[in-house]
Design a binder for this molecule. Structure first.
Ligand SMILES: [Zn+2]
Length: 93
């Protein structure tokens, strides 16, 4: 047990992904499938939906399989958006 699933971080015997993260053909499931499952798992522990979604995106950003996914990157505040909230973009009216 010295491998970790590249999608969810679960310790595995060998390979790149654990059995929960692949489809019946052994291919990594798509982002939406994994995201939905991870959010549902968080919510079963009593986490509110919005918080569960944020936590899941934060977690997926640390996973090699998802760190470069557009949906994960989109959720990460970029330095420019931190210094300039999006709502200010409409203030020239
Ligand atoms: Zn996994």
């Amino acid at each position: 047990m010295n491998e970790k699933c590249l999608s969810c971080g679960m310790p595995i015997e060998t390979g790149a992904y654990c059995q929960h993260c692949v489809d019946e053909h052994g291919h990594l499931q798509d982002f939406d499938a994994r995201f939905a499952r991870m959010v549902a798992w968080q919510m079963r522990k009593g986490t509110a939906k919005g918080q569960a979604e944020n936590d899941t995106l934060d977690y997926m950003a640390t996973m090699p399989a998802w760190a470069d996914h557009p949906r994960v990157k989109q959720a990460k505040p970029s330095p420019s958006s931190l210094s300039r909230p999006p709502c200010l973009d409409n203030e020239d009216a």
